[in-house]
Write a protein that binds this ligand. Structure first.
Ligand code: NAD
Length: 329
């Protein structure tokens, strides 16, 4: 098949070229949006990522251009208007699981860095400053960790935290029996908010989870708690979190995702003026650590993303089901 890739980075090209056998791959660096969508002309399929715009107006143009398949090279699909793809008879496939460990381990990296301040220690020592002032952390051992969303990534994360000797509590609309067997206790959202020293978000972005962490939720958390979000930016009402950082209600914030990340993350803006004041404010706190959506960025995850996406495309071409179709009733 002829496939047009949008938002291509060097690592996408490297891993997809390595595992591609029969398809013709064309890589565009530009994201999919109103100004780039016509690049899809002449292609059977497009391959997109988390911040590509796949709304009703884009889907209408893709239909006119003859595109029959949208292959997401990610798990989340909140950026795709599924009503519109269904109406247009365009199939949508995704990579539901590539390496839950990649994202779970990144969430742990955020916790460890925020807590033990290794990023500050690294810079200090390189400058010949061997002082330990203001580097005090806390033992993770016996702390209470709240996991919101205990699917594949939430489970991998919970298992790691159990290994640290933490008490793990969880909130999900479905209980994960593997975790229950390991001693994870499920509670209501309010209970998890109130009892956790660290809360890590691992649920998808839906209408129900949009701004799950808002002013009301923040009012219920422990003073000085740590909040980690490696899932989707809009799970958090960012201005509310900024206020809570100012009052020290939230003591630490680790983000791999940001509600307005679309035009910022994945690119080098180092020589530009940052116009997003909320992000600039977040970056000004000493107890906030932001990474630009790199939870998935491991060799293992990139390998699986390429292999599963190419298999999804082959199955579609052969009129078969891959099991990774996103379908709505
Ligand atoms: P998953 O489908 O295996 O698990 C999601 C869990 O969330 C499920 O157990 C589900 O029941 C639960 N859930 C759904 N609605 C909920 C609600 N209203 N309240 C509480 N729980 C709810 O998904 P996963 O593979 O674990 O991925 C989780 C999320 O991680 C994805 O949706 C995606 O947004 C994010 N993600 C981020 C990266 C990254 O690079 N940072 C990479 C992959 C995925």
């Amino acid at each position: 098949m002829k496939i047009a890739f949008f938002s291509t980075k060097s690592y996408d090209k490297e891993f997809f070229e390595k595992y591609n056998q029969t398809n013709t791959l064309t890589f565009y660096e530009v994201p999919l949006n109103e100004s780039s969508v016509r690049l899809a002309e002449g292609f059977d399929a497009i391959c997109v990522f988390v911040n590509d715009k796949v709304d009703a107006s884009i889907i209408k143009i893709l239909t006119q251009l003859g595109v029959k398949l949208i292959a997401l090279r990610c798990a989340g699909f909140n950026n795709v208007d599924l009503e519109a793809t269904k109406k247009a008879n365009i199939s949508v496939v995704r990579v539901p699981a590539y390496s839950p460990h990649a994202v779970a381990e990144h969430a742990v990296a955020l916790i460890m860095t925020l807590n033990r301040k290794t990023h500050k220690a690294y810079n200090r020592v390189r400058e010949g400053n061997f002082s330990l002032e203001k580097l005090i952390g806390f033992d993770l051992y016996q702390k209470t960790i709240g996991v919101i969303g205990t699917g594949k990534i939430g489970e991998a994360f919970a298992r790691i935290m159990l290994g640290f000797g933490c008490k793990v509590i969880a909130y999900d609309i479905f209980q994960n029996q593997n975790l229950v067997n390991l001693g994870v206790e499920y509670g209501s959202l309010d209970e998890v908010l109130a009892e956790s020293d660290i809360i890590s978000l691992h649920c998808p972005l839906t209408e129900k989870t949009h701004h799950l962490i808002d002013n009301q939720a923040i009012s219920k958390v422990k003073d000085g708690m740590m909040l980690i979000n490696t899932s989707r930016g809009a799970l958090i009402d960012t201005p509310a979190v900024v206020e809570a950082l100012k009052t020290k209600k939230i003591g630490y914030l680790g983000l791999d995702v940001y509600e307005q990340e679309e035009n910022i993350f994945f690119k080098d803006h180092s020589e530009e003026i940052l116009v997003d004041d909320t992000l600039a404010r977040l970056m000004s706190f000493p107890n906030v650590l932001i990474t630009s959506h790199q939870g998935f960025l491991t060799e293992e995850a990139l390998t699986q993303i390429a292999i599963i996406t190419l298999n999804n495309i082959t199955a579609f071409e052969q009129g078969q089901k891959s099991g990774n179709e996103i379908e709505i009733n």
